[in-house]
Every structure is written in structure tokens, then in C-alpha cells.
Design a protein around this ligand. Structure first.
Ligand SMILES: *Cc1c(COP(=O)(O)O)cnc(C)c1O
Length: 387
């Protein structure tokens, strides 16, 4: 059996007629940038996320950059970010000549550990970027109370977490000042190229985001501020409008797959329960825990990635690959170990949790169309590796 990490063709084939028609409609209109298709998309996705304002952006990275520019982040400002995330989270900070201040992760969720933030705050600190990693919300209550206390902005990096609900029915991306999303093809809601989204409930920020998205000109060609070209293509909006109504069922599929993985690992006695953080005779595989799981909340975790940890990670990956099972490492190098961030002069031993994740975590295939047979085969192969 062959198990790829992701197979987008299954999703495309299921929606082929609708998607092809949506593309043709844009071709026939010859209206490619912003416009009605984008306006309609923005209304629909704002409604889905539950925010007042949503604007289509050229990518998730640009959404983050635009958010920081709009909030007026200046050179030498300090921005709190997790050390363990996709590169863009810290990259956008450095591109504005501001300073990423790195914080270690929580050992259960892999998200930024809020209890480590306060001691990193100085008079230069301007904002926090919590990342809802792998599709599970950050502990936002603590982030919000720290931000209030020190008068900091919150830019949520929700690139992997569209539609994810926190403890109540609020969605991530609506809790801080600006929410940032990505529609990169491998995200739960993926387009046909690069695109992203910014969200806010603040009318003033919303107006500014819109102006900064088109070079900062308002009226056109008259600039009080310097923005950029952060616009989404109509083609991407058209694709996303076809896919959006299916998003919840895809997330449900991913959750079901994660549950099945957990059950099988436990029944093979490779693990005893989810959320353990130390290896032992009964804990050969450390399973991910959905910490906000509750019967009243649907999207408590959307499993953009399903991450396990094992002691001999690289040997296991090799064994999986020999058995035609794809896997990936998200992420092998935390920011404090990146060559480009050497100038931050961080101390490697300050980030034990992120280092552990970088060395031991492995992402298994989790896409919604994966079959029970695929998942059983993956767990049985891992069982073989251990026995
Ligand atoms: C994917 C991702 C981004 C960047 O999104 P792009 O659309 O690829 O630019 C930023 N942050 C995180 C956590 C991501 O996973």
C-alpha cells in the first residue's frame, strides 16, 4: 500500500465540475483582481469565521506582514513570537527590521507557552503573534490578559487553523486585533496557488488594512502611508467560494482520522492515552491531545497536521518510507537555531520543548479522504518498527 502525505486530486475530482465552472466564469469576465468575486468571497468567509471584516490577501505571509505594517510596527520594536512555527511568523517581523523575541512551546499543544511570555516583555515590546499550530487554538485568555496589562497588540497567526473555535464558540482570528489566514494548497482550505486573509472586528483597523492592501493609496494615487500590493486574485476567491461550504466536513474527516490513529496506537499498546509528554515502556509513541475537546464545540481542533513524537524519529521515518508511507517534519529547525536569526543571540537551552519537538516529532498523513485501511497500515507499520 502507498500512503501519500496529501492527495489533493481526490478533493479536486469530487468538485471538478463546480471548480472548473468557477474558473471559466472568471476567465469569461476577464476581471482578475479584487472585484465582485472577491467581495462575495469576503462576505461569505467573514460569516463563516464570525468576524465583522475579512479581506482577501495575496498569501498568508503577506497577511502577517500587512497586519504588522497596519499596526504601525517600526524598526527596533520587539514582537513576541513562538520559536516553533513556520518561518513566516518570525520572517515578517525581521523584514520590518523589528526584533522577533522567541518563546518556548507548551509540551502538550506545541503552541507558545503563555507562562513564559511576561518575562520577555520590555519597554520596546509592541505585539504578540500567537500561532494556532497544527489547527489547535493557543491558550488565548492568558495572551489577551498579558496584552491588556502591557498594552500590546495581538496578531493571530491562524494560517493552519481556519474555523477553529477556542473555549467558547469564538473562532481564532477574531480574538486578537488582527487574524491572519493562509489558503496555501496544503492548508485545510486550500486554493489553486497562493492566497491568504486578514480579519478584524475593529472598524479603524479594517479601514487601514484595506488601504494598506493597495499600496496605502487613498484616494488612489494619493499616499499618506506606504502599503504594498497585498491583493488576492479573483481566481483564488472563486475557487475558495466553491470549497468553503465543504470545509467543516473536511475538518470532521481529519478529526475522525486523528481519533482512529489514537485508538489504534492505544490498542497496539504503543501509547496509553493522548497528551503524554514522557516516553516509557507503555508510552513508545506520544500522541497529540485536543485540549479544548468538548461536546459543545465542533471545531476544537482541525488537525491540519497530526503530530506524534517518538524517540528514534529519523529511523522511524526511514522505515515508513521503505514501506511507502510518506511523513514530514514540521519543523526541523526552531527559529532560535536558524542561521539567519543568529544575531538574536539566544541560548539554545532556553527552548527545551521546541528542541524536543524539532528532534522527535513526525507528521503522519491525515487528509480527510484517507481510508481506514491506510490508517491501519500506518499504525501496523509503526508497530512493526517497535517490535
Ligand atoms: C502556511 C503558514 C504561513 C504562511 O502562509 P503562506 O500562505 O504560505 O504564505 C504562516 N504561518 C503559518 C503557521 C503557516 O503554517
Amino acid at each position: 500500500m502507498n500512503v501519500p502525505l496529501l492527495d489533493l486530486k481526490i478533493q479536486y475530482n469530487a468538485l471538478k465540475t463546480e471548480l472548473d465552472n468557477a474558473l471559466l466564469k472568471v476567465a469569461e469576465s476577464q476581471y482578475f483582481i479584487l472585484g465582485k468575486e472577491v467581495d462575495d468571497f469576503e462576505k461569505e468567509i467573514a460569516n463563516y469565521i464570525g468576524c465583522k471584516y475579512a479581506y482577501g490577501i495575496s498569501s498568508g505571509t503577506d497577511a502577517l506582514l500587512l497586519a504588522l505594517m497596519t499596526l504601525g510596527i517600526q524598526p527596533d520594536d520587539e514582537i513576541i513570537v513562538p520559536t516553533y512555527s513556520f518561518f513566516a511568523t518570525a520572517g515578517v517581523v525581521a523584514r520590518l527590521n523589528a526584533k522577533p523575541i522567541l518563546v518556548d512551546s507548551d509540551p502538550v499543544t506545541f503552541n507558545i507557552n503563555p507562562s513564559l511570555i511576561e518575562k520577555k516583555i520590555t519597554s520596546k515590546t509592541k505585539a504578540i503573534i500567537p500561532v494556532h499550530l497544527y489547527g489547535q487554538s493557543v491558550e488565548m485568555e492568558e495572551i489577551v490578559s498579558i496584552a491588556k496589562k502591557y498594552n500590546l497588540k495581538i496578531v493571530e497567526d491562524a494560517a493552519q487553523a481556519i474555523g477553529v473555535q477556542y473555549k467558547d464558540d469564538r473562532s481564532v482570528g477574531t480574538i486578537g486585533d488582527v487574524g491572519c489566514f493562509s489558503f496555501f494548497p496544503s492548508k485545510n482550505l486550500g486554493c489553486f496557488g497562493d492566497a491568504g486573509l486578514v480579519t478584524t472586528n475593529d472598524e479603524k483597523i479594517a479601514e487601514q488594512l484595506q488601504i494598506m492592501r493597495v499600496h496605502g493609496g487613498k484616494p488612489k494615487y494619493y499616499h499618506k502611508v506606504i502599503g504594498g500590493n497585498f491583493r488576492i486574485d479573483a481566481i483564488q476567491a472563486a475557487v475558495l467560494r466553491v470549497k468553503l461550504p465543504h470545509l467543516d466536513s473536511w475538518c470532521e474527516g481529519r478529526r475522525t482520522n486523528a481519533e482512529l490513529y489514537n485508538q489504534l496506537f492505544i490498542s497496539h499498546k504503543l501509547a496509553s492515552e493522548t497528551g503524554k509528554i514522557n516516553y516509557s515502556e507503555t508510552e513508545k509513541v506520544l500522541l497529540p491531545k485536543a485540549v479544548y475537546k468538548s461536546s459543545s464545540i465542533k471545531n476544537y481542533h482541525i488537525f491540519n497536521q497530526y503530530i506524534i513524537r517518538v524517540e528514534k524519529r529519523d529511523e522511524l521515518r526511514k522505515f515508513l518510507s521503505e514501506n511507502n508511507i510518506a511523513s514530514e517534519i514540521y519543523y526541523p529547525v526552531p527559529f532560535h537555531r536558524q542561521e539567519c536569526f543568529k544575531y538574536l543571540n539566544t541560548n539554545d537551552s532556553d527552548f527545551p520543548v521546541a528542541n524536543n519537538s524539532a528532534e522527535h516529532s513526525i507528521a503522519l498523513p491525515i487528509y480527510p479522504e484517507l481510508t481506514k485501511e491506510h490508517i491501519s497500515y500506518v499504525v501496523e507499520t509503526i508497530n512493526k518498527f517497535f517490535n
